[in-house]
Design a protein around this ligand. Sequence first.
Ligand code: CA
Length: 400
Amino acid sequence: MEAQDYCRQNYIDLPSIHNSEEQYQLNSTVPSVSWVWIGLFQDSWEWSDKWSRSFRHWAADQPSQSSASGDCVGMSRANSGKWAQYSCDLKQPFICYGVAKFQSQEYHYMNESMTWQEAQSYCKARFNDLATADTMNDVNRLVNTVDPGYSGSVWIGLHAETEYRWVWSMGDSVLSQDSMWHPGQPNGDGECVMSLNGSWYDESCSTVLPFVCFNDSTGFMITKTAVSWRDAQSYCRQHHTDLASISSPEQQNLISDKSSLWIGLFLDSWEWSDQKSLSFRHWEADQPSQSSGSGDCVAMSRKESGKWARYSCDLQQPFICYGDDKLIRKQIAKLKFSCTGKCTLSDPSLQMAILNELSEKLKSMGLESDRKLSWRKNEDGEVFHRENKSISSSTDCNFQ
Ligand SMILES: [Ca+2]
């Protein structure tokens, strides 16, 4: 462990030996002592994402061999990020990696009637775009955004496209190359997909069939009651997570010995205004209606618990945008403080007191309006930073 630390600090790591040539090279480097440490070690740990990376950063006495020390790993800032074993049942803070999947965008209800295109331009100019939704959580937030006194429908960002694609109800994954269509399918006789004897068939969405839901904690759940695809989707979303997505032959095997079952795959030709390929849909029972003339733009209704229907894009109605309001101006000013004696600028109550004083000062200058003042924290979480060798500090401050 000390050898590993030393190599990592001063070079790269203990050597890995991949072939006989490298072994020979290493032999010629090593003076004639009896033996040296190399980088190989016995390991029984695995990353949550199954990636076979073998970099380890254990604390000196870790991992401990005693079985009582736990099967999960935590790191400690105090111990320069080194790792130690803990019981997996311990409740502790944690770190995730990756891009946040469900980044909650702020919704803004616009109580002003416009056509879909006008609403789109308005949202793009002032916010990001017309509202998108990718989860039931988004649907509920959209409903709560609408003025409670308004019971009509409200534009969201979905509109018709001419291109049709097979997508998953859960909105999570693209249809993989090794999709499991039965030979000759899809043959254009429906926009929903059933699984039968291990392969897929397109089928009219109004056919009644048993179905398979996916549940975040328990996995696939088969329901034997036969219903339409849309009813199956509603049931799965209410009682589990959604209709099942199938992304591997292993998952398909879980249901391959069963009779016909609805799965989460469906044909879609709708697109979000911001071009994001989110395939989550929340249509009313008879929507999107196939009859032409029913409109190429989508609105939701508070009284239909946020479900969607298609309307003529020329209809004038309120709408919901998402994203930051570009009209709110943010001004950042840098302040420098000098203090004599003991400086306690890191004290939050003192920081608040300074803001209050600044706010009073601005008011006395006639700048009260709806300005909000806040301190801007630096990356290290601190507001103030001491200037080199001087007793003054400077920082940033937001004026909104
Ligand atoms: Ca078919």
